[in-house]
Design a protein around this ligand. Sequence first.
Ligand code: DNO
Length: 356
Amino acid sequence: MEMTLRWYGSKFDSVTLEQIRQIPGVTGVITTLYGTEPGEVWKREEIRKMKQEVEKAGLRLSGIESVNVHEAIKAGLPERDKYIENYCETLKNLGEEDIHFVCYNFMPVFDWTRTELVRKREDGSTVLAYNQKTVDALKPEEMFDSIGKDTNGFVMPGWEPERLQKVKELFALYQGMDEETLFDNLQYFLEKIMPVCDRYNINMGIHPDDPAWSVFGLPRIIINKENILKVMKMVDNPHNGVTFCTGSFGTNRNNDLPDMIRSLKGRIHFAHIRNLRFHSVEDFEEAAHLSSDGSFDMYEIVKAFYESGFDGSIRPDHGRMIWGEEAMPGYGLYDRALGATYISGLWEAIKKSETS
Ligand code: DNO
């Protein structure tokens, strides 16, 4: 297991590589060429520059989150082949720069969805939150305006203004599309990229849908054990793997996270670990990573990773905003650093108790 932190690059992140380097146990970052558009080919020089910057700070570039998938691929449009070719070219360039992990998602139109970015908790910290009734009362195109004022001026991943300006157009692409068609489109994409992944030894990790159910009537498929196992089977290649995000799969209270982790043995290449606090099945907020602060048993989750021989990168996912920090919501330094040391502590304890 390698402990990492997500980093958006010096132009976009308030957290610096020097700060990340000082978090005990963190040796790598997960980053991206933030600012590239889905469908673009990533140039080798740009990739190399990004990697050198990370390495110069004494850290490893452990993987990419995300190389986003163009909407034409998800919607299965005739021009998808061109964008898949571009995707393969990007993978090849990453492989040639010795980068071997890529996270992506296959959610139509929206990436992750939250209804509040600064819900205040009793201790004065703030967290991201989701309420289904709020979503039900909104039109999709109003979604960004409803939270946009709370981003502290940061461009949120998955909520880029260019994407949101086209929301209505994008919705039209999925009119009447069922889940089976979305599975087919994912299979088509995976079958085309696997040869490049085999050649350059690139592990792909699909990120679950967040929340793990349909929003605004759009089809969503990476939501539970049955569906994720189906994706693993339909392209049965170890390079076709998962980014196991506890906070996303965990939105659905029927998902048994430790059981899912065990059933995906060998196919989880990257872990996002965070905790949620539920007020009802349709209203939840993000919590500190500790079990006692939320609704998940973090010990059982980390144990499932340990016992299934997980050897990929872990990153503490979204944290609370604490100690007056101003950062991209969910991605401040302080609470994620606390999360990293907590998860490392659980890992050490589990390892020692199982080997003694
Ligand atoms: C949100 C993130 C997601 C994730 C993508 C992966 O904070 O977990 O935006 O990076 O879904 O492609």
